[in-house]
Design a binder for this molecule. Sequence first.
Ligand SMILES: Cc1cc2nc3c(=O)[nH]c(=O)nc-3n(C[C@H](O)[C@H](O)[C@H](O)COP(=O)(O)OP(=O)(O)OC[C@H]3O[C@@H](n4cnc5c(N)ncnc54)[C@H](O)[C@@H]3O)c2cc1C
Length: 387
Amino acid sequence: MLMETGLDYPEIREQVARLCDGFPGTYWRRLEAEGAYPEAFVEALTESGYLAALIPEAFGGAGLPLRAAAVILETIHAQGCSAAACHAQMYTMGTLLRHGSPAQQARYLPAIARGELRLQAFGVSEPGSGSDTPALRTRAVRDGDHYVVTGQKIWTSRALHSDLMLLLVRTTPVEDCRKRSDGLTVLLVDLRDALGQGLSIRPIETMINHQTTEIFIDGLKVPAENVIGEAGSGFRYILDGMNAERILLAGEALGDGRYFIERAVAYAKERVVFGRLIGQNQGIQFPLARARVQLDAADLMARQAAALFDAGEPCGGAANSAKLLTSEAAWQAAEVCFQTFGGFAFAKEYDIERKWRECRLFQTAPVSTNMILAYVAQTVLGLPRGY
Ligand SMILES: Cc1cc2nc3c(=O)[nH]c(=O)nc-3n(C[C@H](O)[C@H](O)[C@H](O)COP(=O)(O)OP(=O)(O)OC[C@H]3O[C@@H](n4cnc5c(N)ncnc54)[C@H](O)[C@@H]3O)c2cc1C
């Protein structure tokens, strides 16, 4: 159930909520116990066209604004589900859409829109580079009509459930570049051809059922025609997609926040201790009220960021602020909810501990809070670069 009326895109919210009703807590708990991918959920989202929301109609998608896509993700999370298994199918194609050749777009985008191809793996992070992306070491060397790639990626989520992967590699040694961020290239890797042919994938066990992996690459051949845009300009292409990603994930964090507040309020209205409802105690009420106020404020920033993005205006500051505020407001709501449920928060069947664990990620990935603060300090406030 939605927390309040008057929210934008009410039809989308209602339809997505109805779809999510088919995937209750028992579904997610079973998957987590088995370490399994939510295939049926992803299938349902694909069939309903939600994952093609941002693909232009000319390529068979819905051509919706970014705000509508953020609302889809928000609703999924507000219903107790998780879009982490497939959200990248919505936006990873943006690099192809903005920088791919007409031939690449025609070949891949309609099939991605139909859900026949999954492009939801994005290999940027490496064990040695961390947040310092230009320090990545995966190398691609041109050899005739293809590149030969060697290196390692970490935290490449969904790679075992994706047909295609965008891979950021270094094609020009850093010492030959004017800037450290030059000389990086985006390759479109067909994982179906690559697996066992110079590429292997190893799942990483994590505290959430996130399907994230390590990728080992040794002599993988990638056709030169699979370079997206210009070789050497890859870092700029990756940056181009970051505002959209931040705004979409802000939607997910907001959804989590709504879930926690709704669940906690319902529980506070029914749990009787010392002969009265726990929700009668201001010690329970006030943290919930504060969490709600902060979530609403974060929501406004997320809407502002999406409005700027959809209007084609610069939105880096707003997108980063939205990501920071929503991740922190959601986490605050998670903590308050956890406390409101007392010991029952620890019982798996209540789903609070699962959502609480899942919600923690927003402060770390896809960008950690400090990196957002560094962006605001250096780009918005004009302070000197700290690194
Ligand atoms: C579940 C999960 C899924 C992920 N999925 C993907 C994916 O699909 N594709 C992908 O490419 N990556 C993915 N990532 C990686 C994610 O983007 C990184 O974990 C994140 O960017 C942080 O990098 P790091 O872990 O190397 O931390 P580090 O860069 O090692 O940083 C560690 C801490 O130090 C802080 N820090 C570092 N430098 C500074 C500084 N100069 N000033 C202040 N603080 C600093 C950071 O903010 C952080 O808090 C995923 C990560 C996780 C956990």
